[in-house]
Structure formats: structure tokens, C-alpha cells
Write a protein that binds this ligand. Structure first.
Ligand code: SF4
Ligand code: SF4
Length: 381
């Protein structure tokens, strides 16, 4: 397992984390077994979007050493009349948070995640009203360590992260959703018709969101990495090709700003499939050929950081150089973290001998030699 720090905090989270949907309706013994197995595989991070009280109570009992787990718990997601309710009613939000602490038998959660903000009007109500004041209070009191927000809409998410208040963004990412323009209706992501028109490359607002997060130390945690399972089935996938679990995870982890994939698992076997990401070969993770050959859609001319062009004859990590370069271009200045990361590379763009081998391997037609020249211009070596 590999770990990343959340934003500027020193909190380290596993790159593969648990979604909670698989825990709902499990017995206490099953939840304990699940959590113990997750820990054996090095998972230390869990997303709790569901307010299901029994699941939360079992989970609280299963987590024996609180400090060993990082909990991303959703505010505004409450349990009412035996069902899940998204609410902006501040009284319900406050009571829901206290319930969470009680069920989990803890006095804090690591990330207080403002739940499901997809519409611009909702964003304004949340960020200019009682909810954000309550969340700030929780942070001051140490009841949450970091402020989070979950969204499926890149336009709203970008506005929210630009407030400077959000430390962690939970966002829906996979190569299909990444092609679609912003929408306030989450159902568009699942609608086959959304993918009918010719689509090209990652939507620029999504790309901008990821780059803004990377440049400003805002960590992205990923939901819907497998598109609710659709991407794993060629009949259901909007791309009409099947991806594997490691390929989906690798796609997410190679986006700028992403620290963890919240991988839903209904069984230990499904969880094993996600952690198998670390056992498979680089070729088995590689998603480049899939994306390059999806019917009707095309990723062309822009680096997707897949690493398919490796190995470079001069051992340059082309995907990383391109990522740091694009980050600076997008922000219109040299980003300090990008410069630091660039300097820590073993080989620099200046070592490129223009052999062209990478360009023959890149299925997206990226002009790597020009990118290396730009990187030398920006980073000085
Ligand atoms: S240059 Fe092409 S093959 Fe290499 S990382 Fe970028 S998109 Fe992938
Ligand atoms: S063209 Fe440059 S970056 Fe590409 S393989 Fe050759 S040396 Fe490496």
C-alpha cells in the first residue's frame, strides 16, 4: 500500500480506501472481519457517506484503535424515518453530526465532508449560510480536522475549492465522466445519451479543477472510480469497452490532485480486487490502449499521464514531467510544489535527445519533444 498526505496536514491516507456501501446490512462480525482484513492490506481510510445508524455503530465497534483510522464522514447526510436524507436544515445537520460521533464512539472525525453539493444555488446556500459557519466551528473545536465537500459537478466544485475553505474534495472521477461537460444533474453521468455526441479529451473544466486542487494543496478523494461498476462491463460501459479494476484505479491516481480512491466493496473478494492494484504489472494497470481505442470518442493531443510511452531512452519520467508542466501552464506561473517535485525527479527534460521513441509509443499523438523543450524553458533544466 502507498500513502499520501491530505493537503498540508500531516495526515497520511492509503491510496486505496474503503467506500462504506458494502458495509450496510452486514452483521457486526462481518464488519469486524472486513475492517480487520482491510487493515491487513494497509487500508487506513474510509468514506462514510451513509448515515445508516447500525452500520456506523458496528463500524465504531470494529475500529479498535481510533487513531489508526482516518474517517471521512459526511455532514448533511442524516437518517430519518428509516432512510437516508440529504438535508441543509441546520438543526438536523447538528444532530446528525452528534449522532455520528456517538455511533462511532469517538470525539472527532478527520474530515467533515459537506455532502453532495451539485447545484450552484445549493453551493451559495451552503457557503454563505449556517452550514459553513457550523463546519468552521467544528474545525475550531477540533471535532473535525479538515473540511471537505463532495460533488459531481466540476463547476460547483471549482467555485467551492476557490473559497480556500475546502481541504478535501470528494469528486466522481473516471475516464467516461471526465469527458462530459459540467451538469447540475448527476443522472447525466449515467445517461447513455450523454455519450452519444462526439466527445474529445478530458473536459477542460474538470482538468482545471484537478490542476487547481494540485496547485493549492487540496486533496481529491475519488468516488465512482468504476462508474458504479458500469466501466467493468462492456455492455454497460458508456465507452462500450471493459476496463479492469486496476486500470480504473490507475486512471484516478494519475489525475492531478488525487490522493485516494474510495473503492466500494461488497465482499472481501471485491476489496482484494482493488488492492491487487499493487500486485499487477505496469502493463496490467495501463489504460492507454483502452482510451485510445474507444469507439466514437477520442483523447487526442493532450497528455493523460498514463505512462504508456515509457521507457524513455534517457529514463525521463515523461508522464510526471508533462503533469508538472501542464500544472504550471494552467496556473499561468511556476507553481512551487511543481518545481519541487520536478527537481526531485531523477532525470530532467533537458536530457531529452529527441530520439522520438516515446512519440511512437504514445497512442494520443502527444508531441513529447515539444513538451520536453517547454519543460526546460519553465523549470530551467
Ligand atoms: S505522452 Fe502519451 S503515452 Fe506518454 S504519458 Fe502522455 S499521454 Fe501517456
Ligand atoms: S524523445 Fe526525448 S523524452 Fe522521448 S524517449 Fe527520446 S529522449 Fe525520451
Amino acid at each position: 500500500m502507498e500513502y499520501k498526505e491530505l493537503g498540508e496536514s500531516k495526515i497520511k491516507v492509503s491510496q486505496i480506501a474503503l467506500g462504506c456501501e458494502g458495509l450496510i446490512d452486514k452483521s457486526q462480525d462481518e464488519v469486524v472481519e472486513f475492517i480487520e482484513q482491510a487493515q491487513k492490506w494497509g487500508i487506513n481510510f474510509i468514506d462514510l457517506y451513509s448515515p445508516h445508524p447500525v452500520m456506523r455503530r458496528y463500524l465504531g465497534q470494529a475500529i479498535k484503535n481510533r487513531h489508526e483510522w482516518i474517517i471521512e464522514s459526511h455532514l448533511c447526510s442524516v437518517w430519518e424515518n428509516d432512510q437516508y436524507l440529504r438535508t441543509r436544515d441546520i438543526k438536523k445537520v447538528k444532530r446528525g453530526f452528534e449522532d455520528t460521533l456517538e455511533q462511532l464512539q469517538t470525539d472527532y472525525v478527520d474530515i467533515g465532508m459537506i455532502h453532495y453539493v451539485d447545484a450552484m444555488k445549493d453551493y451559495e446556500d451552503v457557503f454563505y449560510g449556517e452550514i459553513i459557519e457550523f463546519v468552521k466551528e467544528l474545525k475550531e473545536q477540533g471535532k473535525i480536522k479538515l473540511i471537505g465537500m463532495s460533488s459531481h459537478n466540476p463547476e460547483v466544485a471549482l467555485k467551492a475549492v476557490k473559497t480556500g475553505l475546502v481541504d478535501v474534495l470528494l469528486f466522481s472521477i473516471n475516464p467516461c465522466y471526465d469527458m462530459l461537460p459540467p451538469s447540475e444533474d448527476v443522472d447525466d453521468l449515467f445517461e447513455k445519451d450523454s455519450y452519444k455526441n462526439p466527445l474529445q479529451n478530458i473536459d477542460p473544466i474538470r482538468q482545471k479543477l484537478y490542476e487547481y486542487c494540485e496547485a493549492n494543496h487540496i486533496s481529491i478523494t475519488v468516488m465512482k472510480a468504476f462508474g458504479g461498476g458500469d466501466l467493468l462491463d462492456e455492455k454497460l460501459s458508456p465507452f462500450q469497452v471493459k476496463m479492469t479494476v486496476p486500470q480504473c484505479i490507475h486512471y484516478c491516481l494519475t489525475r492531478p490532485g488525487v490522493v485516494s480512491v474510495m473503492a466500494g466493496a461488497h465482499s472481501i473478494e471485491e476489496m482484494r480486487l482493488s488492492v491487487s492494484y499493487y500486485d499487477v504489472t505496469p502493463q496490467e494497470r495501463d489504460y492507454a490502449e483502452i482510451l485510445a481505442n474507444v469507439p466514437y470518442h477520442s483523447f487526442v493531443g493532450h497528455c493523460v499521464y498514463c505512462g504508456h510511452c515509457a521507457p524513455c531512452s534517457q529514463k525521463i519520467d515523461i508522464a510526471s514531467v508533462n503533469k508538472f508542466l501542464d500544472l504550471c501552464i494552467a496556473q499561468g506561473k511556476v507553481i512551487e510544489t511543481a518545481r519541487e517535485h520536478y527537481q526531485s525527479l531523477e532525470h530532467y527534460a533537458s536530457e531529452c535527445i529527441e530520439c522520438g521513441a516515446c512519440m511512437k509509443n504514445c497512442p494520443f499523438g502527444v508531441d513529447v519533444i515539444s513538451k520536453m523543450k517547454q519543460a526546460v524553458h519553465i523549470f530551467g533544466k
